[in-house]
Design a protein around this ligand. Sequence first.
Ligand code: ADP
Ligand code: MG
Length: 357
Amino acid sequence: MARNPINWLLGLLSLDIGIDLGTANTLVYVRGKGIVINEPSWVAVEKKTRRPLAIGVEAKELVGRTPTNILAVRPLRDGVISEFEITQAMLEYFIGKAHEQSIVPIPRPRVVVGIPSGVTEVEKKAVYDASLAAGAREAFLIEEPMAAAIGAGMPVGEARGSMIVDIGGGTTEIALFSMGGIVLGRSLRVAGDEMDQDIINYARNKYNLAIGERMAERVKMTIGSAYSLREERSVTLRGRNLITGLPEAIEISSIEVREALSGSVGTILEALRETIDETPPELIADLMDSGICLAGGGGMLLGLSDRIENEVKIRTWIAEDPLTCVARGAGQILEDLDNLKRFLVGLERGSTQATRR
Ligand code: ADP
Ligand code: MG
């Protein structure tokens, strides 16, 4: 790209930000500063007009407590932009908030945004357009598993193979890397949200108990597991008995929760096994050495790394701070954008960026 002197000057002063637009949480990394925003990807909108009323933490607090004319939505629920305008409003809000932290009031930052791998050209374009519409001067896209792997310190740029399994809210991304690219990958719509749903279904079927999403998530995070625990535990489930219609509390054990989660965990394992089946032998040998790295909130499910290790016979470990890998990875790219552009993905015809006119 020919350097326009004005762009060059703006580049020197400008705010560069990396955004992990997750289905559950949005994180914003500011170059030179680190992660400055970490909020749930929720937007509360007015039902009739779909006008955003609250975003992030404030919106999530309204979930389940909103008056009937307000709706709390997660615009990225399945990993892609299902509600363009709401996503744009969310990006605008977070970009604006990151801006408030900057000493130089330079408008229109450059942004690197993570997108799930395997999204269509149309979906990529939607994220890209939403970033520009939200005020970015230039927007770049990076596949989330790539950003997660960079953030987790995996040797993605090297010839030797490495693998990441990023389990978020809406999607699980499995990717095999070699020489700076994704050699093989899977993107599943089975991840943390589905696990919450599993627990809701289990409580309903076994105990006739209706519980909310947040209760289910809490149970998953405290005693959910994928492998026998050294000490099995139990927690209290509170909900409404579907037969009597009255409030009820029951004890549920980690063994039961594991049973509830077994379908989703099985699906993730199956996809992982398929990916490993397709991995060329040379890279398998590398994986046996470098291991499989778990990232995303779902990667913290108790016993998951042991279970994977046991089933695929490859050492498996949880990334340091798995919830921030994508944002930190996008951040590392920002810190050295000119050299690391090869890790970014292009829109049609391989252009990795375009400038807003
Ligand atoms: P996304 O990238 O899609 O925004 P995150 O990586 O932020 O998702 O992960 C959010 C998901 O991780 C949620 O479904 C949440 O319930 C789940 N999660 C967070 N902590 C844990 C935990 N300790 N055990 C299991 N799941 C967890
Ligand atoms: Mg994520």
